[in-house]
Design a protein around this ligand. Structure first.
Ligand code: KIV
Length: 282
């Protein structure tokens, strides 16, 4: 059983701006199921993203595009159960908000009501402004996501750094300003040069949550499977392995297999040792 973190107090939406004003850093990881959510909840990490990256880490897809609203609801629910002291972000999958404000509001409300997550996240800059504004006006807490946006990564030639030229860096800054203006309470900034991320972070009153965006942002966000080395072969440049859980699982399984074959498991300690006299059947 994962222990409970007595000292943890769940962040609120207003805390995001407050932490920024106070210069207080915080951390953010993905989780997709009850057991991992329990682990994050027992740690000091403040935020969980139930990201549509679950398409790759949990469902075996090549990207995030096939992920559905039903997939998201199923996974977010289990995370909410496992992490009551952690702020939980529900990612809106591709196709659940691009049709416009009405569709986005409908699906965001579904995520909030059916899962109990604390806010929704969606991808896109200036082009998503009207939709986000309609959502925030309805009282839906929205976290933005700009820079590398995995749902549309194919249109920019794959999973690549963004904002690497003066023009594209300027466009990122415009996107960031716009998302703040239309009411996002924070935003993910993915795969951009650290100087560009610094400039954006300094300009904004809301926190910038960086992934592959260098150290000068308000919060670091990362995919849990990447930092745990858990069944992922590709290691992006910005990932550091903080543990090697995948290899540890394989080692444990091989040990179980070897002891099963050797007859050393189960032993006295792991067997019910009560002697029972079985009456004759005839
Ligand atoms: O789905 C996800 O895991 C994400 C992160 C890459 C920020 O959106």
């Amino acid at each position: 059983m994962v222990q409970h973190n007595e000292n943890k107090k769940k962040m609120t939406v207003p805390d995001f701006k407050k932490f920024k004003q106070e210069g207080k850093k915080f951390a953010y990881v993905t989780a997709y199921d009850y057991s991992m959510a329990q682990c994050v909840n027992a740690s000091d990490v403040e935020i969980i993203l139930v990201g549509d990256s679950l398409g790759m880490t949990m469902l075996g897809y090549d990207g995030t595009v096939p992920v559905t609203m039903d997939d998201m609801v199923h996974h977010i629910k289990s995370v909410v159960k496992g992490a009551p002291e952690t702020f939980i972000v529900g990612d809106m999958p591709f196709g659940s908000y691009q049709e416009g404000p009405q569709q986005a509001i409908h699906n965001a409300i579904r995520l909030l009501k059916e899962t109990g997550c604390d806010c929704v996240k969606l991808e896109g800059g200036v082009e998503m402004a009207d939709t986000i504004q309609a959502m925030t006006k309805m009282g839906i807490p929205v976290m933005g996501h700009i820079g590398l946006t995995p749902q549309t990564a194919t249109t920019v030639g794959g999973f690549k750094m963004q904002g690497g030229t003066p023009e594209t860096a300027k466009k990122l800054l415009e996107d960031a300003r716009k998302l703040q203006e239309v009411g996002c309470f924070s935003m993910v900034l993915e795969c951009v040069p650290k100087g560009v991320a610094k400039k954006i972070s300094e300009e904004l009153e809301i926190p910038v949550l960086g992934i592959g965006a260098g150290p000068w942002v308000d919060c670091q966000v990362i995919v849990l499977h990447d930092i745990l080395d858990l069944a992922v072969s590709f290691k992006p440049k910005f990932v550091k392995r903080f543990a090697h859980i995948g290899p540890a699982i394989i080692e444990a399984l091989n040990q179980f297999h070897a002891e099963t074959l050797a007859g050393t498991f189960p032993d006295e300690a792991t067997s019910f040792n009560k002697e029972v006299e079985i009456p004759k059947l005839y």
